[in-house]
Structures are given as structure tokens and as C-alpha cells.
Design a protein around this ligand. Structure first.
Ligand code: NAD
Length: 502
């Protein structure tokens, strides 16, 4: 794609593309070349009001919430199909926004339909219950009802995947949506909203506002008609969202950052573990929430394992994210690039040893992009900043341990708890260790595996709530108890009825 002429994007409200109320736009750049990719509407509270009004109307007036659950499920299925048919187009939009590799983004787009098939299938399996009567003539049943307008707020690193984790269960549960993609990656969500309507989603059910967190995200979160907030992003935004939600007792889920341990035991298949470790931290240039950025290695295999890692990583090809043979793409944003470079300095100042990388990469086909050489630090102590703080870049910190208890202690000695990897061939260890790790996802002899069927989320500062899996749908539902008195008798007008009264 040639971005010689930057495209001007629009908001998507009530089934139509619309300009922002304030008329302002900002430039979004292709991370690989720095050229202006698009002009993004700088949304404001006024746009939020319109989008929420459309979503609220669609929720209250139907037909979305009033159609049969089976029909809703079929529409979700059709959305999956239309995404599959446009996978390459959507992936290209994402690469141009966030600079991640086409191979990764295309893979995500090809997998994305499964979320809509899975939750489409669940839409008409949201069942209530009837309890045994414990009062004569009293009938009690339990139903699950949609919450209303859901604000779906997403980061730039996997724009549509992370929004689909919210949209698919929320829609299956008959809610309506105002989505707020990252200011750095709005294009794919805007296109998806249009495709969803093409697939049969009634207008107003999914709306999209774009712009900055403080200018459009904050008013969205605070809007009185937004019932539920599903947020994925960093700690600062997460804290602001949680506080705003508390003010109005809104339902909220937060998918936040991590500093995930990847633990290599002396009995591991070291070649597999080395490939898995590299995939865990250097895929997507480390710009993933679940990056295995803290490598804990048993002291007896430490040196040989570091050599294996360097052997795999040293010839990694940095370059054009569209290139089929590129291993590592650019860093997505200028702020993120500065942060990565800053943490390289911090690690050195704190006494870690740089075994590989440690500098920005430039020249040749890297053009004007922001690239960082894959970087490996040894001699890291778990209390160093490079071991405790999320970098979100291609930096691996290696820490030695001497026995299983120490590995568990180091793995858990962190404010985060998003994910962890364990590499071992000992069946007993593989079976018992996951329980001792305080993290929402644990992989044994694998890393960075997600599925629409597998609940995903964080312990501790990595978040609240779970996305994916059957239970995610419950996070978008309210539970109601209904008592129907069929006895035609009220025992006492002044005393609450209890079974003992009978
Ligand atoms: P970010 O927090 O800067 O932004 C995320 C989204 O929130 C953006 O759309 C932004 O505009 C919006 N936002 C920011 N402040 C807001 C506010 N006060 N109110 C409402 N909305 C606001 O995060 P980012 O830099 O885009 O993404 C990187 C972060 O996301 C990392 O910390 C990473 O670990 C995390 N992340 C977590 C997961 C997960 O599933 N746990 C997945 C991917 C990324």
C-alpha cells in the first residue's frame, strides 16, 4: 500500500461515518517510515455524547436486545465470516498503524473470526435457573440480562484482537458498544464497525470514537449512560478508569501490564526452551502485555542457555514489517522508543551486563523507522528496575536461581501477575508448579498461547476480571432474581416473609 496521500478518518456513529464535532484532527504515522498514514479525528465529549446516545437508543429500542438470542448468534457468526473475508485488508491497516509484523497481524486477523463464532454459539445458551420452592406458592427464577452500553477501550499493540475479546462476549449478551481504539491504531476498528453493519448488525449497536485518552476516553468512561467499561492498556490509564468507574459504581474489567517470568529448569529441553523464550520476548519487538521479559534460569544451565539465546537472536532480521523474512519490526511510537532506550540505560546503571544489543538500530533498510536491537541483560537481580517494571520492548532480563522454591519466590516477587512460562521435562514439576505461580495464565513448555476458550486476565496489578472463555460472557450480564407469589396470600403486611412463618 502506498500512503502518499494520507487518508482522513471519521468517527463511526449510528451506522455512519461522521466528522468530529470539534472539527480537529491529528496525524498518525507509519512507524516504519514515519510518513503520515492518516488524519485521525480528535474526538471530544460532544462526540462521546452522540455515540453513547446511539448505543443507548440501540439498547433500549431494539432490535438488538429484543431479537432472539439465536438470531443474535447468527449475526455474530456472519461478523466472523466477514472478518475472515477481509483478514488481509484489516491486517494491513493494523501494520500501517502499529508497525508490527504482517505475519503476526495477519495471523491474528485469521484467528479473530473464532471469537465471533464461539460467542455467537454461546448467545442462545445463556440460561437462567429455577430454584426449588422453599415457600408455599412462591416461584423463584434467576435470569441473566445485558448490562447496557459497554465502553470498549483498547491499546495499539493488538488493536482488533483485544477489542474482539470485549465485543464478541458483550454482543452475545445483547449489550451495545462504544469502542475507543488507541489514538495510534484507530483504522482497523473503524473499518470493522462498517463491516459489522454489512454483516447484519443493526446500526447503533457498535459505535467508534477516536482520539486521545484524556479527551475522549475519559468522558466516555464518565458518561452516566455507560454501564460497563472493558479496558485494556497501561497502569496509568487503568487507574484513571478504575477511579472513574468507582464514582458511579460501574462494572469494570481491566487488562493491564505485566513483567512475566519465564522459568527454565535444569531438566528442560533447552533448545525448545530457548526458542520459546525468544518468541516470548522478541516477537512483536516485545510489545505484548504477556511478554516473558524476566527469564529465570537454573544456575547449572545458565551459561549454556544464554549462549543458545544469543545464537538464535544475533542474526534476527530487523526491517520492513511487511517483509516475509523480517523477524523484528519497529517500535510503534516515539514515546515507546524513548521508554525502551531509557530502560537500557537504567539496566546498565543498576549493574546488569548487556550480553547482546543495547542500542538503537539504524541504517540500510531501517530507513527512518525506530528500531531497537534485541537486547539481553544478564546479572539481573529481581529488585532492579529492569526486573520489576514493564518496558514493553525487546529487552530480556536474565536472573539465576538455585532451586525450585527460589524460582517460585522470584517469579511471584513482582507487583504483576499476568502470565508465566515453565520449561521442564519433569512431569511432577509440570503438574504442581502452575498452582504456585500467582498469574492468570501459565504455560508449560510453551509461551504466549491464547485461545477464545481460555480465560485470560491478571492477578494483582495486571488487572481485574477475565476475558475469553465461557465465563467472560457472565462479565457482561447482570443477574436477576424474580419471585412470583402464586399463593394469593400475604401473611403479614409489616413483617418480612421468611420460610419460618409458614
Ligand atoms: P494506554 O493505557 O496508554 O492506552 C490504552 C487505551 O486507553 C487507549 O485507547 C488510550 O487512549 C486509552 N486511555 C488512556 N487514558 C485513558 C483515560 N484516562 N480514560 C479512558 N481511556 C484512556 O496503553 P497503550 O500504551 O496503548 O498500551 C500498552 C499497555 O497496554 C501496556 O501496559 C500493556 O501491558 C497493556 N496491555 C495489556 C494487555 C492485557 O490483555 N493485559 C494487552 C495488551 C496491552
Amino acid at each position: 500500500m502506498n500512503a502518499a496521500e494520507p487518508k482522513t478518518l471519521s468517527l463511526y456513529i449510528d451506522g455512519e461515518y461522521r466528522p468530529p464535532a470539534g472539527g480537529a484532527y491529528f496525524d498518525n504515522h507509519y512507524p516504519y517510515t514515519g510518513e503520515v498514514e492518516s488524519r485521525v479525528p480528535r474526538g471530544t465529549a460532544e462526540d462521546v455524547n452522540k455515540a453513547v446516545a446511539a448505543a443507548d437508543r440501540a439498547f433500549r429500542e431494539g432490535p438488538w436486545a429484543t431479537m432472539t438470542a439465536t438470531k443474535r448468534g447468527k449475526i455474530l457468526h456472519a461478523i466472523g465470516d466477514i472478518i475472515a473475508a477481509h483478514a488481509e485488508e484489516l491486517a494491513t491497516l493494523e501494520v500501517r498503524d502499529n508497525g508490527k509484523l504482517m505475519g503476526e497481524m495477519h495471523g491474528q486477523m485469521k484467528y479473530l473470526p473464532e471469537w465471533f463464532y464461539y460467542y455467537g454459539g454461546l448467545a442462545d445458551k445463556i440460561e437462567g435457573a429455577v430454584t426449588p420452592a422453599e415457600r408455599e406458592g412462591m416461584f423463584h427464577y434467576i435470569t441473566h440480562e445485558p448490562q447496557g452500553v459497554v465502553a470498549a477501550i483498547a491499546p495499539w499493540n493488538s488493536p482488533l484482537l483485544l477489542v474482539a475479546w470485549k465485543l464478541a462476549p458483550a454482543l452475545a449478551a445483547a449489550n451495545t458498544i462504544v469502542a475507543k481504539p488507541s489514538e495510534f491504531s484507530p483504522s482497523s476498528m473503524l473499518r470493522l464497525a462498517e463491516l459489522m453493519v454489512e454483516a447484519g448488525l443493526p446500526k447503533g449497536v457498535v459505535n467508534v470514537v477516536t482520539g486521545y485518552g484524556a479527551e475522549v476516553g475519559a468522558p466516555l468512561v464518565e458518561h452516566p449512560d455507560v454501564a460497563r467499561i472493558a479496558f485494556t492498556g497501561g497502569e496509568g490509564g487503568g487507574r484513571a478508569v478504575y477511579k472513574a468507574a468507582a464514582e458511579h459504581f460501574k462494572r469494570v474489567s481491566l487488562e493491564l501490564g505485566g513483567k512475566s517470568p519465564n522459568i527454565v529448569f535444569e531438566d528442560a529441553d533447552l533448545d525448545d526452551a530457548a526458542r520459546g523464550t525468544v518468541a516470548g520476548i522478541f516477537a512483536a519487538a516485545g510489545q505484548t502485555c504477556m511478554a516473558g521479559s524476566r527469564l529465570l534460569v537454573h544456575e547449572s544451565v545458565h551459561d549454556v542457555f544464554v549462549e543458545k539465546l544469543i545464537e538464535i537472536v544475533k542474526d534476527a532480521k530487523l526491517g520492513d514489517p511487511m517483509g516475509a523474512d523480517t523477524d523484528i519490526g519497529p517500535i510503534a511510537t516515539p514515546a515507546q522508543f524513548d521508554k525502551v532506550m531509557h530502560y537500557i540505560d537504567v539496566a546498565r546503571e543498576d549493574g546488569a551486563t548487556c550480553e547482546l544489543g543495547g542500542t538503537a538500530a539504524e541504517g540500510g533498510e531501517l530507513g527512518t523507522g525506530r528500531f531497537v536491537h534485541p537486547t539481553i541483560f544478564t546479572g539481573v537481580k529481581n529488585d532492579m528496575r529492569i526486573a520489576q517494571e514493564e518496558v514493553f520492548g525487546p529487552i530480556l532480563s536474565i536472573i539465576k536461581f538455585s532451586d525450585e522454591d527460589e524460582a517460585v519466590r522470584l517469579a511471584n516477587d513482582i507487583p504483576y501477575g499476568l502470565a508465566a512460562g515453565i520449561w521442564t521435562q519433569d512431569l511432577g514439576r509440570a503438574m504442581t508448579l502452575p498452582k504456585r505461580i500467582r498469574a492468570g495464565s501459565v504455560w508449560v513448555n510453551a509461551y504466549r498461547v491464547v485461545s477464545y476458550m481460555a480465560p485470560f486476565g491478571g492477578f494483582k496489578a495486571s488487572g481485574i476480571g477475565r476475558e475469553n472463555g465461557k465465563e467472560a460472557i457472565m462479565e457482561y450480564l447482570e443477574t436477576k432474581s424474580v419471585f412470583i407469589n402464586a399463593s394469593r396470600g400475604i401473611p403479614s403486611p409489616f413483617v418480612m416473609s421468611t420460610p419460618g412463618d409458614d
